[in-house]
Design a protein around this ligand. Structure first.
Ligand code: TYM
Length: 334
């Protein structure tokens, strides 16, 4: 990748990160950091679109930073900071609120899912959440955004907003149109209890997800209890696709073992799910338990984590202020 390319991504500090965040985002963050300039943000302003207890929010921000570091992000290579510490995010979000269209926001499926049946009671912040996400990315003129498949629609909106800004203010190419970088093999890790729903922090049952801080015992129990199927494992993807929970387990197995899906199906076809589950739990324990231990160790030194955020914010703020100066000028703000 050339020097002009810039990666930006964000993760909400809403508690324990899980296997979906790990495979969908964090592992990709780490491999990108080796090739290109990257900015990774703990998006605390996004988190408060749903009420957060202040003390928990503070803890969760630090835990998210610890998770970044434990999976291999290096603050000397990547900029790591929290969104609220760079006020440009909120300022650009306001400007983009005036560029984005109500009709566009009305199409966002995540708002519909999160707001539930009583949309009147959802916060205004939750509704305009995707505009803030566009501001996060465009504030740095980021070109590439590593995310899980669930964020694809928000990324498309960010591109539409960037394009409309460039048209409205007659400045072609001012904002690059950010490209999503979505993992090919496992773009959406599904719930262990329902293979049609994504693995998520907000699902009530902890048995639906593997958290990065889970112990070997937790992982064993959760994989054992994961929904699967009574028939032996099929030998082709077409048949597996009719059994979403089984497909999810094999997908996770192929990802954690770093083999492709065909090879994983070959290895498992005709076997009982108990065989797959034993191998899967073993592989996950090897990969995830050391990460969880590192998160807990890093959390013992909170001043160190705060210092990383502070330094990251300083670096992010320099880029943000420079870009904002030009943005204000384009819009006609004195
Ligand atoms: P968040 O905090 O919900 O998730 C963080 C990242 O993890 C990915 N992810 C998954 N990937 C695969 N399978 C899953 N089950 C799964 N669950 C979560 C998400 O796709 C995401 O990449 N709106 C964003 C945060 C954000 C952002 C941004 C991202 C704010 N500003 C700017 C990119 C650029 C969110 O709520 O992610």
């Amino acid at each position: 990748m050339s020097e002009k390319k810039l990666v930006f991504s964000g993760v909400q500090p809403t508690g324990n990160l899980h296997l979906g965040n790990y495979f969908g985002a964090l592992r990709n963050f780490v491999s990108l950091q080796r090739k290109i300039k990257c900015i990774y943000c703990v998006v605390d302003l996004h988190a408060i679109t749903v009420f957060q207890k202040p003390n928990e929010l503070r803890e969760n921000v630090l835990e998210t930073v610890a998770s970044f570091l434990a999976t291999g992000l290096n603050p000397d290579k990547s900029i790591i900071f929290n969104q609220s510490s760079v006020s440009g995010h909120a300022e650009l979000a306001w400007i983009l609120n005036c560029v984005s269209r109500i009709g566009w926001l009305n199409r966002m499926t995540q708002f519909k899912d999160k707001a539930g049946s009583d949309k009147e009671k959802a916060s205004v912040g939750l509704y305009i959440y995707p505009n803030l996400m566009a501001a996060d990315i465009l504030l740095y003129k980021a070109t590439h955004v590593p995310v899980g498949a669930d964020q694809k629609q928000h990324l498309e909106l960010s591109r539409d907003i960037a394009q409309k800004f460039n048209n409205d203010y007659n400045c072609e190419d001012f904002f690059p149109l950010p490209e999503p970088l979505i993992q090919k093999n496992i773009s959406r890790v599904m719930s262990l209890r329902d293979g049609t729903k994504k693995m998520s922090k907000s699902e009530e049952s902890d048995f639906s997800r593997i958290n990065l801080k889970d112990s070997a015992d937790d992982i064993n129990k959760k994989i054992k209890k994961a929904k699967s199927d009574s028939e032996p494992i099929p030998d082709n993807i077409k048949s597996l696709e009719k059994k979403p929970e089984a497909l999810n387990l094999i997908n996770i197995y192929s990802e954690v073992s770093k083999i492709n899906l065909d090879k994983a199906i070959n290895e498992m076809s005709g076997k009982e799910y108990s065989f797959l589950k034993t191998k899967l739990a073993e592989a996950l324990i090897n990969e995830i338990v050391p990460v969880g231990k590192e998160i807990k160790k890093l959390l013992e030194n909170k001043p160190h984590l705060e210092q990383i955020l502070e330094k990251g914010s300083e670096k992010a703020n320099i880029i943000a202020e420079e870009n904002l100066k030009n943005i204000r000028e384009k819009v006609g703000l004195i």
